[in-house]
Design a protein around this ligand. Structure first.
Ligand SMILES: [Fe+2]
Length: 138
C-alpha cells in the first residue's frame, strides 16, 4: 500500500505537475484552476503520508487497522473528487483553449491516471473485506 500511494504520487501528481500542467499553463485562463489542483495534490500527499506512517506502525506490531482504513477511505474519496474536477477541467480546456498538439499531449498524460484510480478502489474493497473477516470482529 505504501507502494501504491507513492505510485499515485509518481504517476498522477508528478506527471501533471511536471509535464501536463506546464504544457497548458501558458494559457492564462487556466492558471487559477491549475493552482487549485496543485493545492489539492499537496493535500493528497499529506493523507498519503499519514497512511504510510500508520502502515509503518502497524508493521511494527501496533493495531493500526482503524486509522489505516479511515485514511485510505479519505484518500479514495479525495482522489475521486479531485479526478472528477480535473476531468471537467480537461474537457473544458480541450474544448475552449488548447491547440490540437496540446490536446494530444494532454490525453497521453491523463490516460494513465485512470489505471491508478482503479487500484485505489480495489484496495478499499480489499480493506472492507479484511474488516469484515471474523478475526476482526471483536
Ligand atoms: Fe491531479
Amino acid at each position: 500500500m505504501i507502494v501504491i500511494s507513492e505510485f499515485i504520487d509518481t504517476i498522477h501528481h508528478s506527471r501533471e505537475e511536471n509535464s501536463y500542467f506546464p504544457c497548458v499553463s501558458n494559457h492564462d485562463s487556466l492558471k487559477d484552476e491549475i493552482h487549485r489542483f496543485l493545492v489539492e495534490h499537496e493535500f493528497g500527499r499529506n493523507v498519503a503520508r499519514l497512511i504510510s506512517r500508520h502502515l509503518k506502525l502497524w508493521k511494527e506490531g501496533s493495531d493500526e487497522r482503524e486509522p489505516v482504513s479511515r485514511y485510505l477511505n479519505a484518500y479514495g474519496v479525495f482522489l475521486k473528487d479531485h479526478l472528477h474536477k480535473e476531468n471537467k477541467f480537461f474537457d473544458t480546456a480541450e474544448a475552449d483553449v488548447l491547440t490540437k498538439e496540446e490536446e494530444a499531449d494532454m490525453y497521453e498524460e491523463y490516460k494513465s491516471v485512470f489505471a491508478v484510480v482503479k487500484k485505489v478502489e480495489e484496495m478499499i474493497a480489499e480493506i472492507d473485506f479484511l474488516e469484515s473477516c471474523s478475526w476482526n470482529q471483536k
